[in-house]
Design a protein around this ligand. Structure first.
Ligand SMILES: N[C@@H](CCC(=O)N[C@@H](CS)C(=O)NCC(=O)O)C(=O)O
Length: 223
């Protein structure tokens, strides 16, 4: 199996799929396509079905879209318990993952994943408050029910879906409740996450459109 990903410092969707494969010890190789440099988008269009990563290759099958990749892995390896084993919890894990996949656009746009940097006091909290409230609600509800350290107790696909959001809270030093902060710490403590993170922080490529200076400059211009 091969997973096509992009820059580890910036590519939040790549991180989600990669974390599932790595944490659950699926045997795979990876290929990294750049989100920067001349012709990066043309290259992505050439090498992926829709011009986006991640993409999973399993022999003659090519699957795009993070959720579809995760579901394929969960089906292919049912014993790995990529989703919670309890049916009701599994439904809730899929529910919050779907919310993540379709939403949180305010925080995703205002505060892109940027693992190697630390940018305190840069985000206008008012602009992302709605998303922060949702994070507090979803994470605290499930952490209180499960007792942690992950949303449904053991790490599962829902945690992989939320991992990039957790990193944004740290990168932009966003103040959160104790239970949410503890969850962010648990993501950073996951061995699979550490592997990705240690490679991400060594990367030197800059994806300008994902840098806070660019985003805030751009916003200022369109105001
Ligand atoms: N809905 C897609 C989103 C994938 C996505 O946006 N990936 C980013 C990298 S994190 C990408 O390929 N960006 C290329 C571009 O913006 O043209 C998924 O769930 O996999």
């Amino acid at each position: 199996m091969k997973l096509i990903i992009a820059n580890k410092n910036y590519s939040s969707w790549s991180l989600r799929a990669w974390l599932v494969l790595k944490h659950f010890s699926v045997d795979f190789e990876e290929e990294l396509l750049l989100l920067n440099g001349d012709g990066w988008k043309e290259n992505l269009i050439k090498k992926t079905p829709y011009g986006f990563v991640p993409v999973l290759h399993d022999k003659d099958l090519e699957i795009a879209e993070t959720i579809a990749i995760i579901e394929y892995i969960a089906e292919k390896f049912p014993d790995k318990n990529i989703w919670p084993t309890d049916r009701k919890l599994r439904a809730k894990a899929r529910e919050v993952s779907a919310i993540m996949h379709a939403g949180f656009t305010k925080i995703r746009n205002a505060a892109p994943m940027n693992l190697r940097n630390f940018y305190p006091n840069r985000i206008n909290i008012g602009e992302i408050q709605q998303d922060l409230d949702l994070i507090e609600k979803i994470w605290s509800e499930h952490l209180n029910l499960s007792g942690g350290p992950y949303l449904f107790g053991e790490f599962c696909a829902a945690d992989a879906m939320f991992a990039p959001l957790a990193t944004r809270l740290r990168t932009y030093d966003i103040s959160v409740s104790a239970i949410v902060k503890q969850y962010v710490d648990s993501i950073y403590e996951l061995p699979a996450f550490k592997l990705w993170y240690n490679e991400a922080i060594k990367e030197k490529w800059v994806v300008e459109m994902d840098e806070i200076d660019f985003i805030q400059g751009k916003n200022a211009k369109s105001d």
